[in-house]
Design a protein around this ligand. Structure first.
Ligand SMILES: NC(=O)c1ccc[n+]([C@@H]2O[C@H](COP(=O)([O-])OP(=O)(O)OC[C@H]3O[C@@H](n4cnc5c(N)ncnc54)[C@H](O)[C@@H]3O)[C@@H](O)[C@H]2O)c1
Length: 365
């Protein structure tokens, strides 16, 4: 039987969303089974083409009020994989979201917020719009450090009976209080902080685990990342980074037999280099000892398109959220959160988490 469409609303039509949205269009024109970049061409019966963006919310004055297609190309978004003229028409118009703590000081040069309505009226209008568009999943792509804004949208999901996929490092799925609220409401949540497809986190976790599995000891390790998009500009503001650093560091630490002492591990989003645009460079180093206490070290340099890296994972997180909705599952969706997110409610080694995803899709969990 054909599956119904997956009706998604996006919160933050920024670069990550642009990558996901244009990527979905890319796959419409390429043979799915031969195309790279997909963990699941079909997931639980859902094809990529079953994902529809039926609503969108942002704060930028060059996005709010505009057709979603146009907004996706509006600066400071930098994804241009599909020419705008080739994108199919959509009636979706980007709606105003409350700014709250969404915009950091460095980003205000690039993103000029609209503030047309008082908060209570805005909230009522958003609820109405979600109902009218029959949005069923809220995909949260807010900037790092948007604690209040993310909580606003988590509450909005509960109030409007939507599932939530939380791609940023604000702890909702991994906060027992929020997780319980979603459980009580009978609504699924997949979160927190998307673990990119072949990103620094999964590479660093895997190599650290491999080192230990082969009997070597890790003495120190670091990971630094640089990029040139708005996400990296925003992360120059140290005050917005607390949960990002926890999320990235715990993702590596949790994969070790015994966490390293705090002064032996450094993981940070580290700098903004404007001309890198969406290219992200990750530099990792592991120093340790092997047989007979002999020292060794390794260095890895990863170069990726940061936005492809996010889209290749969120496309599966969304479909898992829909399966959970179909099954009437409330609360955290454990396997998909563990495999797709850096800071899930429960960390599992990646091969275990991957199997949990397959079991979940197959209906065994
Ligand atoms: N590989 C990855 O790209 C990756 C991995 C993990 C996590 N993430 C996270 O995903 C999130 C999105 O990243 P991005 O590159 O799209 O960022 P971005 O800055 O390009 O986009 C953020 C969007 O949110 C909008 N916004 C700001 N405040 C808002 C509010 N209060 N309400 C609604 N919209 C608001 C901005 O106008 C912008 O359109 C970030 O938190 C990032 O850290 C990305």
């Amino acid at each position: 039987m054909a599956k119904s469409k997956i009706r998604v609303g996006v919160i933050g039509a920024g670069n990550c969303f642009a990558g996901l949205y244009q990527g979905l269009e890319y796959y419409k024109h390429h043979k799915i089974d031969e195309a790279a970049g997909l963990m699941h061409p079909t997931l639980g019966g859902y094809k990529l083409s079953d994902i529809e963006f039926v609503s969108a919310f942002d704060v930028a004055d060059n996005k709010v009020g505009r057709n979603l297609n146009e907004a996706t190309y509006a600066k400071p978004n930098e994804v241009d994989w599909v020419p705008p003229k080739d994108m199919p028409k959509t009636d979706v118009v980007v709606q105003e979201s409350p700014v709250l703590d969404g915009l950091g000081v460095f980003v205000l040069d690039r993103v000029h917020p609209v503030k047309n309505k008082p908060l209570d009226q805005l909230t009522a209008d958003i609820k109405k719009h979600i109902e009218e568009t029959d949005t069923r999943i809220l995909l949260c792509y807010l900037p790092v450090g948007s604690q209040k804004a993310c909580e606003y949208w988590a509450k909005m999901a509960l109030d409007t009976q939507c599932a939530m996929v939380n791609c940023l490092p604000v702890f909702i799925a991994s906060n027992p209080l929020w997780a319980e609220r979603f459980k009580q409401a009978g609504l699924p949540i997949v979160g927190d902080d998307i673990k990119a497809q072949v990103g620094s986190t999964i590479v660093h976790r895997t190599l650290a685990k491999l080192t230990e599995d082969r009997g070597a000891a890790i003495d120190t390790t670091y990971q630094i990342n640089v990029g040139g998009n708005t996400d990296f500009l925003n992360m120059k503001e140290q005050g917005r980074l607390a949960s990002k650093k926890i999320s990235k560091t715990s993702s590596v630490q949790s994969n070790l037999r015994k966490p390293l002492a705090e002064d032996k591990i450094y993981i940070g989003p580290s700098d903004f280099i404007p001309f890198l645009s969406n290219k992200k460079l990750g530099f990792m180093r592991i120093e340790g000892r092997m047989w007979s206490n002999r020292p060794f070290n390794m260095e890895i340099r990863l170069e990726v398109d940061d936005k492809a890296n996010s889209g290749g994972v969120s496309v599966d997180a969304i479909r898992c959220a829909q399966i959970a909705l179909d099954r009437g599952h409330g609360g955290i969706v454990e396997g998909p959160s563990a495999y797709f997110m850096k800071h899930p409610p429960v960390q599992h080694p990646d091969p275990v988490a991957r199997q949990m995803v397959e079991d979940f899709i197959g209906g065994q969990k």
